[in-house]
Design a protein around this ligand. Sequence first.
Ligand SMILES: Cc1cc2nc3c(=O)[nH]c(=O)nc-3n(C[C@H](O)[C@H](O)[C@H](O)COP(=O)(O)OP(=O)(O)OC[C@H]3O[C@@H](n4cnc5c(N)ncnc54)[C@H](O)[C@@H]3O)c2cc1C
Length: 300
Amino acid sequence: MDPLEFPPPFVVQHNVPLADFTHIRIGGPADYLSIIRDQNIFIEIYRFCRDRDLPFLILGDGTNVFFSEKGYRGLVAVIQFDQLNVVAKNAVVAEAGATLDQIRELCIEKGLTGFEFASGIPGTIGGAIYGNAGAYGSNVGEILTRAKILTLEGEIKFVDKSVFKFAYRHSDLKVNPAFILQAELQLAKGDPAAIKRQCDEIIRIRTHKLPPSETATAGSWFKNIKDEHGNATAAAKYLDAVGSKQTNVGDAAVHIKHANIFYNKGRATATDMLKLQEILQQRVYEKFGIRLEREVIYIQ
Ligand SMILES: Cc1cc2nc3c(=O)[nH]c(=O)nc-3n(C[C@H](O)[C@H](O)[C@H](O)COP(=O)(O)OP(=O)(O)OC[C@H]3O[C@@H](n4cnc5c(N)ncnc54)[C@H](O)[C@@H]3O)c2cc1C
């Protein structure tokens, strides 16, 4: 089949290795890939693909995904529109490609508290809403009030947070897909110096606990376990007990600093990662009767 022609203003590359767009550096080629810095162009390119029945995937910073060796037969849109504004009543309006780092910096500058928990979590606000990213007992779903979305039908809508049905590392976007264009986050007035101190402290703890930032990883591989009372136990506890750090499949390995962080030592494939996952899931199940569930998103 002849490659699809994308007229200006679309800028589309062909046959692009997705490993280059994932933090864990795993994935075969995308037929088409476009880096998008303008919200309107994103909307238009989605409608263009939809009219031609071309499969379409949205990607932020690629910190929570890995792709199969086959890659992606369609267009991958890498979101980099990232305008940030503080609006009335201490709310921040962030375009989907704004990173959590950018938002944290703005909060420090403007003296807004409530976002400290996200210090050091990599990725964009769009990706964070999709997976309800969080740490230290808080998550993005708690501070989101409204979002501007593009529906699969190509319509723009403003929706209330209830639409997302947030739960632990879950939003309804995983079930009923739509694209986040921008998000409104409700924060409160605080002291900039105290906010900065808390952010710095969280980053210090994370730096100590997690692999160095250049490690090819997608963060925690498995979700933590919640009992019927909602109390969480770190998946790392079970994984440590079954020797995860001493286990690897080729270049797919578990980092010495954290029993639940899988990483790519160089040439790992999705197949290697999934085999490592299965081995550890099986061991944890045999020893504790617990079925670990993957948090990282696999796109095939
Ligand atoms: C070292 C490291 C540490 C991490 N620590 C944490 C942590 O403490 N807590 C935590 O929760 N996570 C953590 N993560 C995971 C990751 O940082 C978060 O999940 C992050 O929010 C993902 O954002 P992203 O832009 O990279 O999303 P991507 O990986 O690009 O995408 C993730 C999913 O979101 C979808 N998506 C992306 N943008 C949009 C959009 N605009 N609209 C709709 N869907 C979209 C994608 O299609 C994909 O399915 C960590 C990851 C790493 C590598």
